[in-house]
Design a binder for this molecule. Sequence first.
Ligand code: PMP
Length: 428
Amino acid sequence: PYTGPSAEEVISLRKQFLSPSLFLHFKKPVMVVEGKMQYLYDERGRRYLDAFAGIVTVSVGHCHPAVTEAINRQNQLLQHTTTIYLNNQIAEYAKELADRMPGNLKVVYFVNSGSEANDMAIMMARLYTGNWDIICLRNAYHGMSIGTMGTCGQHTWKQPMPQGFGYHHALNPDPYRGAFGDDGPRYAADVADLISAATPGQVAGFVAETIQGVGGAVPLATGYLPEVYKMIRGAGGVCIADEVQTGFGRTGSHYWGFQRQGVIPDIVTMAKGIGNGLPLAAVVTTPEIAASMASRLHFNTYGGNPVCSAGGRAVLQVVDTERRQQHCAEVGAHLVERLTALAAKHDIIGDVRGAGLMLGVELVKDRKTKEPAKAETAAVMESMKDMGVLMGKGGLHGNVFRIKPPMCFSRQDADFLVEVMDLAISRL
Ligand code: PMP
């Protein structure tokens, strides 16, 4: 049993010694001290069904035995070395990851976080094209580093300081809230407009999540990416796909989120689920783009270290052998069906959306005006927690449930989640 400090003591330590800008998910906070696959346990041993997976980070399951075993084995052998020496793990891992990429995406850079990966992607785009401007999306989230803050499209994540220059935010192709519904090409026209109005006509690139995560599980309108990719390339730029939340089969229909729109990016960034919780991230690009960075040295102390590489390799294995992509498709379809039925019962549910196990449920006060039901979302989330289900929340207005559980989430778990949500909404 757990013998560490109590939740109250941990709160007091956080207040004294950690950042004052930290936030907690629940009014009555949950402390988690153990995890097993799709379940989390608090300090008293109470079990919770985890529908948020450490913000989509735990891909194949908390402490998945195969990943834990691979990490432990490497831990006993060699915990750390850098790329100045040869080691098999990083090299074999790079090949295994490249093998899972389409097109000519064959060169892998390992880093430690999604922010770092996106920073690097933007640097590559600028070096390769010789241009500076980056087109990104309103409502986007790409990280908290000084480089990526400028790409974010939500004021909540922007420190009040200069955001860098050369970042231009296009209309968000949001099928639910956007002006053009699900008409991707109409939103894409705004990108052409932006290029001609805000840049010298030449751009370094375009970056987008393939389903917006932090922004509230927002899929990009149908047909958006093919049009935009054409325009960006026509303006001398490269296309970056942020697969930090959507990769590794989570969307069910495809291994990578960008494949849902039938495009192949020039640079792909990944983090979170790539390491099932290990501090691991990657940038994958073409040999041509990689060559543009080779005029100087490149080094990253921890990127692709043996322990993280061993864990990342195990994740790739598990996704394949346990057929996680197909599982996400099946359980996700079932969950969407049940949530859609729930929406027929409760007017407060304005939208059910997403793909696979990357889903959003948006709560509104009025289906016509779409006024966000922010307080209600927080209340339902708290009440679901009290009944043993940990939900994610997001969107600029804090009124979207983000359902992105570990990929071992079962049909029974999905049923339980929906029943608990039904009860929580009924009690509002
Ligand atoms: N891109 C996306 C789509 C993300 O969701 C996040 C994290 N929420 C990041 C980038 C940044 O990742 P990190 O927190 O590891 O820097």
